[in-house]
Ligand binder design. Structure first.
Ligand code: 3HC
Length: 701
């Protein structure tokens, strides 16, 4: 660090904080890798540094600067939920703001959360152009708890503060400058020297100690106007549904506008404490760490060499094949898409173009980008054209015989070293791999529909898959913006295997006494975007159904026979109006009552609790079996699958986390009750029994 070398003296305050000197400017330098999170040691060091600079008469101003890749990326998330360590961040920021000498924050990297709050307590802020600022707390089920909800509105006004704080999305240094968060943008490679020069200017010009807490001009106009906040709540109701934190953030910003600073701070502190000790934030923090764990594979080290992938082949231009191809084109990789029939190929490419064009129409992509991406896609009717691809993904109909045939052909066509992947959602990848002479180069890459949108990618490890091939698939997943989860071979892998018991119970429940809308309501209120029956209507009830083979034994079969095939036919489990609003159906109710009677099932009143337990606890039990069999590496990987592939509410942390939050003992007890009453489908897994007996959780494995 060039300027550090120029400083004339340095005092080490503690292992992570140093007070350096550059003439009359003190540089409070923090070095706490990887992201300079504001741990107790960092906080202590800052307070001590400011104190020392304050008492040293030769110091005229202080620059607060972080070494390494970023300014403080926030509070240390790993400290939450543990006994608090002094000094707490709110006191630290107050101490900085109260400094009798100007403090200048030098921002680079990501000044996030508590990091930005620290910067806002400084009297001035400079930033390099690549720096980003933001308040991501809401994504952790929190609110900025060190004055952020009170200072930001005073700087930028309530509207922008609402947007920034409740979205959690960072903004660029340029935007921060325009809003007044940053006072000056400085040269990219010269942050520290520029910040020191800025501090000298502040001293030379005898500029005041600018305290954000004293500002009023940006909030005055909104005072006594609750409608600003009501409208914001209304406009975002769907997005915020189920989450506690957005509302708490809004209340704090409203207080910033209407109440004196210290009152606002009191409310902020109270609500922060409530959130940080609550279940939602615990769940969201779990997800934060789980998303980072998922990439770590115990027997495949980070330095495992990956195979170069410069060109991709996709077999099948249907919904899945098209979506998969878009992912790679978006990442700048050329893709050859092979289809059997010219019409299907043309249709597939047409759908991709329309998808891109609709994104462009919404202003999220330029027309040049559309053409650039389409230019990366080459259609072909000949599998031989895949000979130069480094990775080939098969995305055809879910049928083992067809897949086997394709892989045996592919083996003869693909160049040596090419990776052959199947997008199968259920089938045995080992059997598919056995059709080739290169099973070590075969694996599953299971995308979720729509594949260009959904974040989840299950990477399926076959028994012979080479470690380099797995490392390559994981890295490619990251490159195309997915969250890749490594899973083992079994029917349905992690996600679809756990979906099965939920579907089974949903279908049993409606024959025993509930109605589809009861089951859907319970799961919707739990936090899923929709329940299983609404979902089935959306997907189409006739997937995998045919009139010839239909036996009329399930509600779904009967509905299909009556041409109630879901939303597309205007009726399914529900009746739909022209705007596709769902309404419970009297006819369906009768179909269900008749079928119950035909099967000799005495219907009874079923409580919401029973619906939830039977749909969700059976999933947790299946997850435990998955862990027991080593299909998933860790329980948090299962959580990631369900959050990113199936709409499990983030604020409930994923099924395995939820199971622990409810208490594995309780889950086990309820499974035993249902087993005795309803049958062996509820038999608890041996792992669950063992963990409860040992007083342990999934995370102890
Ligand atoms: N606390 C503790 N650990 C953190 C952390 C934090 N705030 N931010 C990142 N880390 C850890 C990660 O867990 C990871 O650890 P690992 O290597 O052991 O897996 C390591 O730092 C590197 O993180 P990433 O892999 O995420 O690195 P990237 O370069 O991809 O991203 C980042 C960097 C943008 C800073 C990203 O880590 C991030 O978004 N961090 C969280 C920021 C955040 O949420 N801040 C607000 C915290 S809450 C708060 O401040 C409350 C306050 O208002 C009182």
């Amino acid at each position: 660090m060039s300027s550090a070398a120029e400083t004339s003296s340095a005092t080490r305050i503690n292992p992570v904080v140093e007070l350096r000197r550059d003439g009359e400017i003190a540089v409070l330098a923090v070095n706490s890798p990887p992201v300079n999170a504001l741990s107790a040691q960092v906080r202590e060091g800052i307070v001590e540094g400011i104190r020392q600079a304050g008492t040293d008469a030769s110091v005229k101003a202080v620059v607060l600067h972080c070494d390494g890749r970023t300014f403080f990326a926030g509070a240390d998330i790993s400290e939450f939920g543990k006994p608090p360590k002094q000094p707490m961040l709110p006191e630290v920021v107050d101490f900085i703001e109260a400094s009798s000498k100007p403090v200048v924050a030098a921002l680079h990297g990501t000044a996030l959360g508590g990091g930005l709050e620290t910067a806002l307590a400084c009297h001035y802020r400079v930033a390099v152009p690549s720096a980003k600022c933001g308040f991501p707390e809401v994504k952790l089920g929190l609110l900025p708890g060190a004055g952020g909800t009170q200072r930001l509105p005073r700087l930028v006004g309530p509207e922008r503060a609402l947007e920034m704080i409740t979205s959690g999305s960072p903004i660029s240094a340029k935007a921060a400058k325009e809003m007044g968060i940053v006072d000056e943008i400085v040269d990219e490679g010269n942050l520290l020297a520029s910040a020191i020069a800025f501090a000298r200017k502040v001293v030379a010009e005898n500029r005041p100690l600018k305290k954000v807490r004293d500002l009023d001009d940006k909030i005055a106009a909104a005072r006594g106007k609750p409608e600003i906040f009501q409208e914001f709540r209304k406009a975002n109701a769907r997005k915020f549904r189920g989450f506690q934190a957005p509302e708490y953030n809004i209340r704090c910003i409203e207080a910033a506008v209407n109440q004196p600073f210290d009152e606002g701070i009191k409310l902020e502190r109270k609500l922060f404490q409530e959130l940080v000790s609550g279940e939602q934030s615990a769940a969201q923090r779990h997800v934060f760490f789980a998303e980072r764990q998922v990439w770590k594979i115990p027997d495949i080290s980070d330095d495992t060499p990956t195979l170069p992938v410069k060109k991709v082949g996709v077999i099948g231009a249907g919904t899945m094949g098209g979506g998969i191809s878009m992912n790679f084109a978006n990442a700048g990789l050329p893709v050859t898409i092979v289809e059997a029939k010219p019409e299907a190929l043309e249709r597939g490419l047409g759908v991709i173009r329309r998808n891109y064009e609709s994104t462009a129409k919404k202003g999220r992509m330029s027309m040049e980008d559309v053409e650039r991406r389409m230019g990366l896609l080459t259609g072909s009717l000949n599998m031989e054209d895949l000979a130069d691809c480094d990775l080939i993904i098969e995305a055809v109909f879910e049928n083992m015989a067809i897949k086997k045939e394709i892989f045996s052909k592919l083996d003869a066509i693909a160049k040596p070293g090419a990776i052959l992947a199947s997008n199968t959602s259920y089938l045995n990848v080992n059997e598919i791999a056995a059709m080739t002479k290169r099973p070590e180069h075969v694996l599953g890459m299971h995308f979720f529909s729509p594949a260009n949108v959904m974040r989840l990618l299950e990477v399926v490890r076959g028994e012979k898959t080479d470690k380099r091939v797995i490392a390559t698939a994981m890295q490619l997943g990251r490159q195309i913006g997915k969250i890749a989860v490594l899973v083992g071979v079994c029917h349905g892998f992690v996600g679809n295997r756990m979906l099965e018991p939920r579907q089974r119970e949903a279908n049993r429940l409606i024959l025993e006494g509930a109605m589809p809308w009861d089951v859907d309501r319970v799961l919707y209120e739990f936090g899923f975007p929709m329940g299983p029956f609404a979902m089935a209507d959306l997907a189409g009830l006739d997937i995998g159904w045919s009139r010839e083979t239909s036996k009329g034994e399930t509600v779904r079969e009967i509905l299909c026979e009556q041409d109630r095939r879901g939303q597309k036919t205007g009726a399914g489990f529900y009746d739909y109006d022209e705007s596709r609003n769902a309404k419970p159906s009297k006819l369906v109710e009768q179909i269900i009552l008749d079928l119950s009677a035909k099967k000799g099932i005495a219907r009874r009143t079923i409580s919401d609790q029973e619906i939830l337990e039977r749909c969700v606890y059976t999933m947790i039990n299946e997850g435990a079996k998955i862990l027991e069999e080593g299909i998933a590496i860790r329980s948090s990987d299962i959580d990631i699958v369900w959050i990113n592939g199936y709409g499990w509410p983030i604020y409930r942390g994923g099924p395995m986390f939820y199971g622990e939050q409810v208490g594995l003992g309780k889950v086990l007890d309820r499974l035993r009750v249902y087993e005795a009453k309803l049958g062996p489908e509820f038999k608890p897994s041996a792992l669950l029994e063992r963990l409860v007996a040992e007083g342990k959780g999934f995370r102890d494995l």
